[in-house]
Design a protein around this ligand. Structure first.
Ligand code: DGP
Length: 110
């Protein structure tokens, strides 16, 4: 998507503090962190939100879930973290590109 900020980060056309990458996903620090560790795990392919993830591609869904775990391990927070995705504007989604917030630390959003 030409004007999608997360697509631009994926294409390295916009800067980001990248902490993890694999064939499906890129993870980078949130520009406005709500916790001591606040990373966004973003699909490289543009989906608007979780509802657009294709139901037939269970392998992709599984790889995303397991990759989030790997990101937590890489960040050293595997012992305690929270994963959240906002699905749609009504849920507070601001960037319409599928992403998962990985939050960890003593104080983070409920
Ligand atoms: P959401 O409400 O789930 O769509 O959250 C979007 C998050 O993305 C929000 O916490 C701020 C973050 N964000 C927005 N634009 C940028 C950006 O250009 N770079 C980075 N690193 N984070 C961004």
């Amino acid at each position: 998507m030409d004007n999608c900020i997360f697509c631009k980060i994926v294409r390295a056309e916009a800067p980001a503090d990248i902490v993890y990458e694999n064939e499906d996903l890129l993870a980078f620090r949130d520009i406005n962190p709500q916790a001591p560790t606040h990373v966004l795990v973003v699909t490289k392919k543009h989906f608007q939100h979780l509802d657009e993830l294709p139901a037939h591609d269970l392998q992709l869904a599984g790889r995303i879930l397991l990759s989030i775990k790997e990101v937590a391990q890489k960040l050293g927070v595997a012992g305690g973290y929270k994963v959240l995705t906002n699905c749609g504007e009504a849920a507070g989604q601001v960037v319409p590109h599928l992403h998962f917030h990985l939050l960890a630390g003593k104080k983070f959003l409920p």
